[in-house]
Design a protein around this ligand. Sequence first.
Ligand code: FES
Length: 59
Amino acid sequence: MEDYEVCTCNNINKSTIVKTILEKGLTTLEEVQNETTAGTICGACCDEIEAIIKEVNNS
Ligand code: FES
């Protein structure tokens, strides 16, 4: 899987988000925000986080 920075506000990479989703069984944007802090500042990355949640939980 290609890694890149999803949340530039908090410097959170896709790999970190995917790992946290898998480890903790996250299914919602709010859970990912709480666990990683991604998406909690400007909100510009929230759509991308939602897409990652879907991708991980559908594979
Ligand atoms: S880029 Fe993620 S909160 Fe701003």
